[in-house]
Design a protein around this ligand. Sequence first.
Ligand code: 4AD
Length: 461
Amino acid sequence: IVLVQDASLPAAVKMGIANKDVELGDGKKKGARVKVSGRIHRLRAQKQATFITLIDGYGHLQCVLQSGDLTKTYDALTFAQGTSLTLYGEMRKVPDGQQAPDGRELHVDYYEVIGASPGDDEAITNKVSVSQNQWDQGMLDNRHLVLRGDNAASLMKLRSQVEWAFIKTYNDMKFVKVSPPALVQTQVEGGATLFKVPYYDEEAYLTQSSQLYLETVLPSLGNVYCIEKSFRAEKSLTRRHLSEYSHVEAELDFVTFDDLLEHLEELMCRVIDSVLGDPETAAFLKELNPTFARPQRPFMRMRYSDAIDWLNAQDPPILNEEDKPHVFGDDIAEAAERKMTDAINRPIFLTHFPAEIKAFYMKKDPQDRRVTESVDCLMPGVGEIVGGSMRMEDLDELLQAYKTQGIDAKDYYWYTDQRKYGTSPHGGYGLGLERFLAWMANQHTVRTTCLYPRFMGRCKP
Ligand code: 4AD
C-alpha cells in the first residue's frame, strides 16, 4: 500500500510537541490540521488502531492511526522504537475517561518516515530495557540509547536548569564568570589523583580545581566564579566519585569565614528556589524525587571535633577505617560521613578540620591553630557536596606550607604573588554539580547525573 495525502484536507501547519496553542477538535468541531516531526517512543498496535507516543525532545504526543491503509503500509508494519517520522493529522481532545499527555491526541491522516529504526534483534528495546540495571556493562556501553529514556531525559533537563540557576544566581550576586585553563602544571588537591598528559616537550596535568586561578583575579574582577570540568584520577569505584566532573567554584574577597558560610547557604537556597519556581523544572524534579523540599535555614553548623565526638557517642560507635573509634586527626571516611549525615538528615556545614588532613592553602583558625577555617557541606543521601575554606593570607606561612607538603614553590610563583602584591582575607569553595544533583534528584549514584559518566575503567562512549 502506498499512502497518498488527501488534497482536499486543509494544509497542515508545522508544530512542535511543546506547542499548546493549537485548536483542539472534539469530534463535532474540527481541530487544527498539523504536521509534527519526532521519533516513536512507544508503540501499541491494537485491533482498532495503532497508538504511537511521539517525542521530539520537548514533550510527548499521543498519535492515533485508525486501522486500515494507514496501518498496512510496509513502513507501518515495520514501525519501531526510534523511527523518525513526520505525522499529519487533526489535533483533538482525548475522549472523556481516557488519558494522554496534555489531554490531546493527533488523529493521523498521513505520515512520512524519515529514518527507520530496526525492530529485529538490533531493536533499541533489545539493547536497553528499563528492567535492566542502568549500571551493568551493557547499559553503560549503550548509554547513548539509555539517554533516550524518560528518566534520563528528565534528569538531563533538570541538570540544564540547575546549571542555569547557578549562573543566574551568581550573576544576580554580581559575581564575574571566568574560564580558567584545563591544562595546568600545578596540583591543588594532592598529587595522588592527578591525570598527567604530555604537553609538547613538557608534562602537564588535567586540572583538579580552578581555585588557584580564581584567586588570582580577585584584585581586578572582585568576586568570581566558574563552572568548568575538574579531573581526578580516583582509583576507587564509589557511588560519588567520577574521573571527570562539573565543578562549580567561586572565590570571595575581603570576607570572614562566617561570611563565606552565609554566602554558601544563600547561594544553594537561591538555586533551589529558582528550580522550584519554574513549573516545568519543578515537574521534572517531582518526577525524580517526589518528596524533595527546600532545606530549612540556617543549615546546621558542626565543628569537626564535635563530629568525632558524635561518631563515638553512637551505640554502637561509628568506627574509623581501621575499625577503631575515631580520634582527632582522623579523616572521616565516606561511609562514616554518610551514616552521620543520614542520621542527622539535614544539611550540615562541617567546619574546622585539622590542618594535617586538609590542603596546603587553607587558613588556620587564629583561635585554634590545630584546625583550619574549612567547611564541607554534607547532604543526606550523598554526604559531601561542597568543600571550601578561607585561604592562607601570609606569604611566609604559604612558603612554609609548600615545604611541608613537598610542593616546589617555583611552579606556584603566580599563586604566591597574590600574597606579595597586596594580600587579603579571602575564601571560596567548590561544589560538585553531579553530587548536588544526586542529592536533589535522590539518585543512588552521581553517574546517572552525567551525560556520559567517566570513572575508573570507563571512558566510552
Ligand atoms: O573538596 P574538593 O577536592 O575541593 C577542591 O577542589 C577545592 N579546591 C575547591 C575550591 O575551594 N575551589 O572538591 C570540591 C567538591 C567536592 O565537595 C565534591 O562535591 C566534588 O568537588 N568532587 C567530586 N565530584 C565527583 N567526583 C570526584 N572525584 C570529586 N572530587 C571532588
